[in-house]
Design a protein around this ligand. Structure first.
Ligand code: FE2
Ligand code: FE2
Length: 475
């Protein structure tokens, strides 16, 4: 089961050839997916040969094969982690029962909605990133962008497989709609807010892959615990791909910081105007981009307390991050979780029933993970002897969803008046001027081994290839 069958039109390890109806339905969806890719995938790239990795097995370690591929010929397929025959549901009211191989009737609507919402983010990010190739800082980065894009396409396949295999006609209709909504479209937008924001430049792209793909990681981790076994298994495999997306973000920002710190040291200055004249991105601007992407991504976790979240957990559909490793009863009846409340416009510590606070708990897990990344960036800064520290803003900063929506909270967590906020917004969030400056840096560097001035080269190439390797060949 772990080997992938590539002799079929749709590569898979789910025995698709044994289910002719399902196979036919997916083969019917496949050309529509390709049409979507050609229309909404990376612009002007259909003939490029890109050094991509393709999944050939779901075994840890040896799953990927690297070679030149034209993106429309990428072997998008359906790969689930192997089934554990004895797997039991690990939490909620069904704890200890065998994991479901089919959708329980009473949870059909809820599961479908979760799968559609997850699935919708995948093509959305491809749409958001489709123009970035035109301004890539190097061939290495261009290839990484395309790798992320094709894998998001595959994540769409992962969700569409579940919809087709387990949700009948409704599922097929949802699968069609996933190709019809468009990121940022006024009439038919993608489902979640962050996936309708533009990704206009590479700094935004690296922030997106660092923060928003990391939201993806946490959502997938929670769904990887699901009592619905096919969902759990597909999410586990998606997580191996997601790790690369976050790598692209973390190392991308690290290289930006590194380049700026080099310039700061060489020219003995921390003056943003001087640094901008040198063509690098001053660290306060990086911090403002970070603030924006952090806040937008926190909203993706939903409201602090949520009866939906409680239902998902109690029903056995969506667990907590690393549920299996947590030491408690995995049912959470009578348990509490600390949250922040808003009283008279002020933030005060509060407490909520743990089952209702699961969004908040997942958000806190996410924040811990981003803090670790931040600490790694700060080590780079310190290594250059530069006196600057990146900080994750307060969780109530600039939120549009949940208890803090509509409040004005500084990145330090201080509730301020709208007037104070407006006076200081330029310190908190990227201004039009910041965005215009970053935009002005976005040239296109495609000579092998060359990198744009605003970003340092990476430590090493891809899959043992040198930095001068021609990662993308234009045809
Ligand atoms: Fe994804
Ligand atoms: Fe991703």
């Amino acid at each position: 089961m772990s080997g992938v069958n590539y002799s079929e039109r749709i590569p898979n390890n789910v025995g698709l050839s044994d289910d002719r109806r399902l196979k036919r339905a997916l083969e019917h969806w496949q050309p529509k997916f390709l049409d979507w890719w050609k229309e909404m995938g990376p612009v002007e790239t259909l003939n490029h040969d890109v050094y991509l990795r393709t999944a050939v097995s779901v075994e840890a370690g040896g799953w990927a094969h690297f070679d030149f591929v034209k993106m429309p010929d990428y072997r998008w397929g359906i790969f689930l982690e192997p089934r554990e025959p004895e797997r039991k549901i690990g939490f909620g009211a069904h704890k200890g029962e065998p994991a479901w191989q089919d959708v329980p009737g009473e949870y059909r609507g809820t599961l479908r909605r979760i799968i559609v919402t997850q699935g919708d983010t995948e093509p959305a990010s491809v749409e958001q990133q489709r123009h970035l190739g035109l301004t890539c800082p190097s061939l290495y980065d261009l290839r990484n962008l395309f790798q992320v894009n094709v894998e998001e396409g595959r994540h769409l396949w992962a969700m569409v497989y579940l919809l087709h295999a387990h949700f009948g006609r409704d599922g097929r209709e949802e699968a069609e709609s996933l190709l019809v909504r468009r990121s940022g479209d006024r009439d038919n937008p993608r489902i979640l807010g962050a996936f309708n924001e533009a990704t206009p430049d590479w700094l935004s792209f690296f922030m997106f892959t660092f923060f928003t793909d990391r939201d993806g990681k946490f959502q997938l981790c929670a769904l990887a615990e699901s009592g619905f076994d096919p969902l759990a298994r597909t999410c586990r495999f998606m997580l191996t791909e997601e790790a690369h997306h976050m790598f692209v973000g973390e190392t991308g920002i690290r290289r930006v910081i590194q380049r700026t710190c080099e310039a700061m040291r060489e020219h003995k200055t921390d003056d943003p105007a001087v640094l901008r004249a040198l063509g690098v991105i001053d660290l306060p601007t990086v911090q403002r981009y970070l603030n924006f992407h952090f806040a937008v991504t926190l909203d993706l976790f939903g409201a602090e307390t949520s009866s939906n979240a409680a239902t998902f957990f109690t029903s056995g559909i969506k667990g907590r991050f690393q549920e299996e490793k947590l030491i408690d009863d995995h049912v959470l009846l009578g348990a509490d979780y600390p949250i922040l409340d808003v009283r008279d416009g002020k933030l005060v510590p509060g407490i909520a029933p743990a089952v209702n606070a699961l969004n908040e708990r997942l958000r806190d897990d996410f924040i811990r993970d981003t803090d670790a990344g931040m600490a790694r960036w700060n080590r780079i800064v310190k290594g250059y002897g530069v006196g600057f520290e990146f900080r994750t803003p307060h969780k109530a900063f600039c939120r549009k969803i949940g208890a803090f929506a509509g409040l004005h909270v500084s990145p330090e967590g201080e509730a301020v008046s709208p007037e104070q906020w407006n006076a200081r917004a330029r310190q908190f969030l990227p201004s039009d001027e910041d965005r215009a400056y970053v935009h002005s840096l976005m040239g296109r560097v495609v000579e092998p081994g060359k990198f744009a001035n605003w970003i340092a080269p990476p430590g090493k190439g891809i899959e043992g290839q040198p930095l001068e390797f021609e990662y993308v060949r234009f045809n």
